[in-house]
Design a protein around this ligand. Structure first.
Ligand code: TXA
Ligand code: MG
Length: 336
């Protein structure tokens, strides 16, 4: 299949493709999504095929506004509406009960719930509105690879397999949305996947916010099916640097001479001469910039001589919880 590169102004071309049951990648504020009409079973099946995605991993449904969410998901609990009002548009996916038959069965992967979000990206919302129905969209990468934060990442992974890619430039947040489940009886909120909206942000609106136990204790099975898979992995080996960079480099140089450093400017300035390639996450202590750069950074080393990547870590709070979650998976939890 020939993949069309679609300029943002020509987004109505993407609309036509979607209405014909084809797949189009589009930008959101988090990462690029691989969109299909959420009501079209054949179209949604193509997503799983193009990505090589396991069938038991449900998709997030994207809406243009709160009214569209209300139209497609009746009886939304009041607390969920409150969260939508406050955090939408934005990187918050809310898992809600859904009637059977509302969406293509492949969207929910057999569950009685669906994840919904309204992206904080005008082009994404215009596209959804023009199609006049929700779009099912996972991140537009091959399963297991880092999520795409630029249209060329999507091209690299999926050209020839999907109908189109809308070029919306680099995405903003750079990490995927926070996925939360609301307990209807208690209004307790459980974070299944940390993301752009932090636990601290959520705690301003909800009395009880907790992390799914699997996020802190890896012996527990995660509640979001997608969280159990190996993910975000470049082909190089990745290590999290949790101690002194000088010591880490001395240790790792015994394993390989071809080291890549994924860290802030200061670390690169100090230790860059020991590496065959470096990628800057931004200034020191800037976790927003590091999150924005992480996936591009993980992909960057593919075209370098680096065989081992040493990556910077952050204390686990705020959005750093999401940064660390993605990086740990990329590293297969290997630390040095
Ligand atoms: O920022 C994002 O969320 C991006 C953009 C494109 O919107 N999308 C994204 O989709 O990251 P995906 O498919 O890569 O990740 C969706 C995650 C998976 O871990 C999946 O298992 C979980 O959400 N999920 C979806 N529906 C669920 C449900 N009903 N119950 C529990 N987890 C669910
Ligand atoms: Mg994904």
């Amino acid at each position: 299949m020939k993949t069309s590169w679609i300029d943002a102004v020509d987004y109505l071309d993407a609309r036509s493709l979607l209405l014909q049951g084809e797949l189009v990648a589009f930008p959101t504020e988090t990462v690029y999504g691989l969109g299909a009409d959420a009501t079209d079973s054949q179209a949604v099946s193509k997503i799983f095929k193009a990505k090589g995605r396991p069938q038991d991993n449900p998709l997030i449904v994207h809406v243009a506004d709160i009214n569209q969410a209300k139209e497609w998901l009746r009886d939304i609990p009041p607390k969920a509406l409150e969260l939508m009002d406050y955090f939408w548009p934005g990187p918050l996916t809310i898992i809600l009960p859904v009637e059977k038959g509302r969406f293509a069965p492949e969207v929910t992967a057999g569950l009685s719930t669906v994840g919904v979000r309204m992206p904080d990206h005008e082009l994404a919302r215009k596209l959804i509105k023009s199609v006049n129905r929700p779009l099912a969209a996972p991140s537009a990468n091959l399963s297991g690879k880092p999520s795409p934060t630029r249209p060329d990442h999507v091209w690299h992974d999926l050209s020839g397999k999907i109908a189109g890619i809308i070029d919306g430039g680099p995405t903003g947040v750079g990490l995927e949305s926070t996925v939360v489940e609301l307990s209807p009886q208690t209004d307790k909120l459980t974070i299944l996947r940390p993301g752009g909206i932090s636990k601290e942000d959520l705690a301003k609106r909800v009395d009880h916010v907790i992390y799914d136990v699997s996020l802190n204790d890896h012996s527990h099975a995660p509640k979001a099916p997608g969280m159990k898979y190996k993910h975000y992995s470049p082909k190089e080996k990745v290590y999290l640097v949790t101690e002194d960079w000088g010591l880490a480099l001395t240790k790792i140089l015994k394993e390989s001479q071809n080291i890549g450093i994924l860290a802030n400017d200061k670390i690169i300035q100090q230790y860059g001469d020991k590496a065959v390639a470096t990628y800057s996450l931004g200034q020191a202590d800037d976790v927003i910039s590091a999150s924005h750069q992480l996936f591009n950074g993980l992909r960057y080393f593919e075209n370098t001589r680096a065989q081992v990547i040493l990556a910077e870590t952050f204390p686990r709070k705020g959005i750093a919880m999401a940064y660390m979650n993605r990086l740990e998976k990329a590293a297969g939890f290997k630390t040095i």
